[in-house]
Design a protein. Structure first.
Length: 115
């Protein structure tokens, strides 16, 4: 069983930056994939970024070029560096781990971007 806890959310103005962290209680070394999703009121949860085992990274179209995902297997932590934020990036950001076919989610971290 792995528990995930996100941190680093908060309020920022348009054009600002935030870095989210997702700390895992157990090892993520064997995780097939570590991903970030976000959800805004009235919308389905949206894929933001993911890093597959190795260095294969993928990004949602709306964040490509602005967000960067990275993972530190020693610290069992995944990061999401978010730059050039805009109000459309507002939402609750969730971390997800896929380990041996099982999905684990964190409780989320809220990000608010004001114009």
């Amino acid at each position: 069983q792995v528990q995930l806890v996100e941190s680093g959310g908060g309020s920022v103005q348009t054009g600002g930056s935030l870095r989210l962290s997702c700390a895992a209680s157990g090892s993520i070394y064997s995780a097939t994939a570590m991903s970030w999703y976000r959800q805004t009121p009235g919308k389905e949860r949206e894929f933001v970024a993911g890093v597959i085992s190795g260095a294969n990274k993928k990004y949602g179209d709306s964040v490509e070029g602005r967000f960067t995902i990275s993972r530190d297997n020693v610290k069992n932590t995944v990061y999401l560096q978010m730059n050039s934020l805009n109000p459309e990036d507002t939402g609750v950001y969730y971390c997800k781990a896929v380990i041996r076919g099982h999905e684990f989610w964190g409780p989320g971290s809220r990000v608010t971007v004001s114009s």
